[in-house]
Each structure stands twice: as structure tokens, then as C-alpha cells.
Design a protein around this ligand. Structure first.
Ligand code: NAD
Length: 258
């Protein structure tokens, strides 16, 4: 049985009730994990209120601002984890960002700034969070990130985010190799297209979803809950032999050639 009772799980990337991270947080909670939740803070405190209200029913032990572009906030997040839990077992990395202009039109038009921003927030952040979690994963652990097929193959408009996801997937393998001897597993979930705040910035997301509905073996796209169930499985001891892998939760779309 999938049982996360007694496990301490940090979930990043909840922006609203469409977020994949929200689907993951709910499934981790249902499996009995203690939750810590981070949100991206803004000047007016809107995200704190919005995400705080959303996650309140899950009774998180920790609720903290964490902009991955700010090393000090990452440090305070893990300081708070150290003092509240002393140990972290599960880290969910479920965040990405690229400028909207870079998610449409010619890929070659991407600026150096736009390229760096996408790679920093969407790929380097996994390294930052894993590094901060490493000394607190004293009883082994599981790190899970979210990726997309556009990191392996060309998907119209995904552009610079495809490069970021390719880097992210390689981060998974290098981190898995480094952390394996410490019994920390690192895996990625390659999810099919889901309507969220982040995906709506990618030009033509609805066309992508319709295409999946026509072509994928299951003839539909996936839900946040299905991704959440897979994340809970990867977080659990049921997945104790799995590390360094990218698992597709995409209704089978990735196997299709034509
Ligand atoms: P979302 O907009 O709900 O989540 C993106 C999150 O990233 C938000 O919570 C946002 O606050 C956070 N974020 C952005 N910049 C940040 C920063 N500097 N510091 C901290 N957090 C920051 O959208 P989503 O679709 O749920 O995206 C979650 C993950 O799933 C992303 O990695 C995305 O690429 C991936 N993914 C999404 C799809 C899809 O179709 N929606 C498919 C495959 C993979």
C-alpha cells in the first residue's frame, strides 16, 4: 500500500488550484505525508493569501515564501525545515518560468537574458534545492521534478523551455548518481499537456491538448491528480528501486510515431 505516514515532504510550485503541484500536494497528503509548502512571493502578498487559503485544508506544517532566484530565501526555507522537522524525505520541484515572448515565434530570436532566465529558474533551481535538501535527507529520500516531451523533441512554441527541460532531465541523472549512495532517489515525471498558468504562456497549448486527445493511446490528456499519484508513488518506498528516470504520465503520447 502507498503509505507516506511519517514522511516530511516539501512541495514547491503551487500557484492556484490548476497547478500540477496542487495535485501532487493533495495526493501526498492523502497518503499521510507531513507537508511543507512554498510559494512565489509578490510585493502585495497576494500569492501568500491565495496559496495559503488553498492549502489550509491540508494543514501544512510549514508555509514559506521561496523565490528560487533568491538564495537567501532558499536558505531560510531549509533552515525552517531543519528546525521544524530536522529531516526532509521528499522534495517536489514543480516550477518553471520563461518570458512569454520566448514561448512563441522563432526559437533563434531568444535573447541571452531570456535564455538565462529560463534555464536558471526552470533547471538550475533543481540543483539549488537538491543541494539545500541533501544534508537534511538523512534517512534517504526522494526528489521529483516535472518535465515535458518538449525537452527531448521539438514541440512548436516550446522553444527555450525545451532547452531548459533538456538540462533539467540531465540534472536528474547527475543528481541521481551523486545522491544514490545516500539512498536519495531523483526522478522526473514527463507530464502530458495540462491547462495551467504556466502552460497557458506557451503558444497553442489548446491545440496541443486537442492533438493529444486525437493521437495518444488513451485518447485524452492527463489530470493533475494522475500526475500527483505518480509523484506520490515515486516519493514512496514502493519506488525504492527507481532513480535517475523520467516517467511519462502522458496517456501514452510519447510512444507514438505517426
Ligand atoms: P503553474 O503555473 O501552476 O506552476 C508553475 C509554478 O512555478 C508556479 O507556482 C510559480 O509560482 C512557480 N515559479 C515560477 N517562477 C518561480 C520562481 N522564481 N521561484 C519559485 N517558484 C517559481 O504551472 P504547472 O503547469 O503546474 O507547472 C509546474 C511544472 O510542471 C513546471 O515545471 C512545468 O514546466 C511542468 N509541466 C507542465 C505541463 C503542463 O502542461 N502544464 C506539462 C509538463 C510539465
Amino acid at each position: 500500500m502507498l503509505n507516506l505516514a511519517g514522511k516530511n515532504a516539501l512541495v514547491t510550485g503551487i500557484a492556484n488550484n490548476r497547478s500540477i503541484a496542487w495535485g501532487i500536494a493533495q495526493q501526498l497528503h492523502q497518503a499521510g505525508a507531513n507537508l511543507g509548502v512554498t510559494y512565489l512571493p509578490d510585493d502585495k502578498g497576494r500569492m501568500e493569501k491565495k496559496v495559503g487559503d488553498l492549502v489550509a485544508p491540508l494543514n501544512p506544517d510549514l508555509f514559506l515564501p521561496c523565490n528560487v532566484q533568491d538564495e537567501a530565501q532558499i536558505q531560510s526555507t531549509f533552515d525552517a525545515i531543519a528546525s521544524k522537522w530536522g529531516r526532509v524525505d521528499v522534495l517536489i520541484h514543480c516550477l518553471a518560468f520563461a518570458n512569454r515572448d520566448d514561448l512563441t515565434g522563432d526559437f533563434s530570436a531568444v535573447s541571452q537574458d531570456g535564455f538565462n532566465t529560463a534555464l536558471n529558474i526552470s533547471a538550475y533551481s533543481l540543483v539549488q534545492l537538491a543541494r539545500a535538501a541533501k544534508p537534511l535527507m538523512t534517512d534517504g529520500g526522494s526528489i521529483v521534478t516535472l518535465t515535458y516531451l518538449g525537452g527531448e523533441r521539438v514541440v512548436p512554441n516550446y522553444n527555450v523551455m525545451g532547452i531548459a527541460k533538456a538540462a533539467l532531465e540531465m540534472n536528474v541523472r547527475y543528481l541521481a548518481a551523486e545522491l544514490g549512495p545516500q539512498k536519495v532517489r531523483v526522478n522526473g515525471i514527463s507530464a502530458g499537456p495540462i491547462r495551467t498558468l504556466a502552460s497557458s504562456a506557451v503558444g497553442g497549448i489548446l491545440d496541443m491538448i486537442h492533438h493529444v486527445e486525437e493521437v495518444a493511446p488513451l485518447r485524452r490528456t492527463v489530470t493533475q491528480t494522475e500526475v500527483g499519484n505518480t509523484a506520490a508513488f515515486l516519493a514512496s518506498d514502493l519506488a525504492s528501486g527507481i532513480t535517475g528516470q523520467i516517467l511519462y504520465v502522458d496517456s501514452g503520447y510519447a510512444i507514438m510515431g505517426m
